[in-house]
Design a protein around this ligand. Structure first.
Ligand SMILES: Nc1ncnc2c1ncn2[C@@H]1O[C@H](COP(=O)(O)OP(=O)(O)OP(=O)(O)O)[C@@H](O)[C@H]1O
Ligand SMILES: Nc1nc2c(ncn2[C@@H]2O[C@H](COP(=O)(O)O)[C@@H](O)[C@H]2O)c(=O)[nH]1
Length: 218
């Protein structure tokens, strides 16, 4: 386990996550998963993000090997057939998957690793690695989710429609996850995420979040 220095929250002082080395971070497209993780990594650069393979086209600014491994459909199919992916799923018309080997290497080196993946992949990881901690990020409302996807300005109308349709299904599954975070205010939600990762599990169970914190959006 790496030594990771003190988090933002003034109430909690610990030196490393105590809840396991693999963290699955899920939630509907546009809810702010990537944004939250970028905030988290500013304070905890030792935490590793798994780099997924995808058949989606790169967005402006996205780099092969940094944001994703951008592969063709035949290449993705070969990865699946060769059992190179820990999990994979089709999402909004493209395929996404977690390369197994780099993940295993990061974990064997004692790193804390986060998978930012959609619902079906998260379910696959839960089945194969039930010890992984599973976190679901909720939007404050469906309207805010749509506003965020549109404001990001990266997706076609067709892609937005597919992502929003899928969001309804994903949000209904939020309670399958160990923990739900509402990404309302970015700073507050980042602090909450940090607290979850750096608080001993027993303490969380003694002090579950209030119903208001976990309320599903309408
Ligand atoms: N708390 C917040 N308040 C307002 N806007 C936010 C907040 N968090 C993220 N955003 C904005 O919402 C948009 C979507 O965020 P982001 O790309 O991080 O979502 P995502 O969940 O990673 O999406 P995807 O799953 O499609 O990759 C971005 O424009 C981001 O700046
Ligand atoms: N099952 C998996 N889902 C993944 C993986 N990498 C990313 N994702 C999820 O896909 C959607 C869309 O991502 P985008 O970058 O096209 O907006 C989003 O929910 C990601 O979390 C993966 O390896 N496996």
């Amino acid at each position: 386990m790496p030594s990771i220095s003190v988090p933002l929250s003034s109430e909690i002082v610990v030196t490393s996550p105590t809840v396991g080395q693999l963290i699955v971070f899920t939630g509907p497209s546009g809810v702010g998963k990537g944004t939250l993780l970028r905030q988290l990594l500013k304070h905890h650069p030792d935490i590793q993000l798994s780099i997924s393979a995808t058949t989606r086209q790169p967005r402006p600014g996205e780099e092969h090997g940094k944001h994703y491994y951008f592969v063709s459909r035949p290449e993705f199919k070969a990865m699946v057939e060769q059992n190179q992916l820990l999990e994979w799923a089709e999402f909004a018309g493209n395929f996404y998957g977690t390369p197994r080997q780099p993940l295993e290497a990061m974990i064997s080196h004692g790193n804390v690793v986060i998978l930012e993946i959609e619902l079906e992949g998260a379910r696959q990881v839960r089945a194969t690695l039930p010890e992984a901690q599973q976190i679901f990020v909720l939007p404050p409302s469906l309207q805010e989710l749509e506003d965020r996807i549109r404001q990001r300005g990266q997706d076609s109308e067709d892609a937005i429609a597919k992502r929003l349709a899928r969001a309804n299904v994903e949000i209904e599954a939020a309670e399958e996850f160990d923990i739900q975070i509402v990404n309302d205010n970015l700073e507050r939600a980042t602090r909450e995420l940090e607290k979850i990762l750096f608080t001993p599990r027993a303490l969380k169970e003694e002090h579950p979040p209030s119903p208001q914190e976990t309320q599903l959006p309408t």
